[in-house]
Design a protein around this ligand. Structure first.
Ligand SMILES: *Cc1c(COP(=O)(O)O)cnc(C)c1O
Length: 246
């Protein structure tokens, strides 16, 4: 089943179009300000807590990549919207026992932060590949950039990245895509993204194809672009505030 296609008189469609355009302009301006000549980062529109109808509208506006952070919600939307052929990015904390569900719909997981999860994803994706022939799963290693162990926004310690990268690179069905981080709350994002860029550089030394840097949200996309982000995860500046959590 598919959500009905949006019609041109739909005010929400017009609003999403306007906000999407504004974000695309910000990305273009940030690329220019950073003097970056490489390809513009991949925009991932984070649709968590917003209804499937909004995802349909975004697809009609040319969005190809969407992000979700809860398996149940993502699985429901992805099943309902399978006809849209979107790429679904899983960006939230992931329990190993959800790996089997996530590999049914996700093209990428941005929140790989521990060896046990790598093993669970590898097992799940190879099983899924036998059934459906799905492509390898792109995996970003989430790095915690809070000072102190791990930090409340999640992620592996920078010192844990090399071993996780080797494990990922050796695993069947997984592709080591790069690194991901969320800037620490209540601090300037630039030092955090600069640190992430350095970690990404060290990763590439051993894994030249792992060029991805998933960084940048609504509030800090300019800083992320400045420090080399290849993937931006933008939610509220396109979809508006998320409905309050109950
Ligand atoms: C919600 C979320 C985003 C999007 O954040 P906005 O501030 O709404 O743009 C990006 N990354 C992660 C990991 C998220 O959970």
């Amino acid at each position: 089943m598919t959500a009905p296609a949006p019609d041109a008189g739909d005010p929400r469609l017009a609003q999403l179009q306007q906000r999407l355009g504004a974000v695309r302009e910000r990305i273009g301006a940030a690329m220019a300000a950073a003097g970056r000549q490489d390809a513009a980062p991949q925009l991932i529109v984070v649709t968590k807590f917003h209804p499937a109808e909004d995802v349909t509208r975004l697809a009609a506006l040319g969005v190809t990549d969407v992000g979700e952070n809860r398996d149940q919600e993502a699985a429901d939307k992805a099943a309902r919207l399978a006809d849209l052929r979107l790429r679904w990015h899983f960006i939230g904390q992931l329990q190993s026992n959800k790996a089997k569900s996530v590999v049914k719909y996700a093209s990428a997981v941005h929140s790989v932060d521990r060896a046990q999860l790598v093993a669970a994803l590898a097992k799940a994706v190879t099983g899924e590949q036998e059934r459906t022939g799905r492509p390898d799963l792109d995996c970003f290693i989430q790095v915690g950039l809070d000072d102190g162990a791990g930090g409340h926004r999640g992620g592996a310690l920078p010192s844990e990245v090399p071993a996780l990268a080797d494990q990922l690179a050796a695993a069947n069905g997984l592709r080591l895509a790069g690194v991901m981080a969320v800037a620490p709350l209540g601090a300037a994002p630039e030092p955090a993204f600069e640190k992430l860029a350095a970690i990404a550089g060290r990763l590439r030394a051993g894994h030249p194809l792992a060029t991805g840097i998933s960084a940048g949200m609504s509030q800090d996309l300019e800083a992320a672009v400045r420090f080399g982000a290849t993937h931006l995860r933008i939610g509220s500046d396109i979809l508006g505030p998320r409905p309050a959590l109950r």
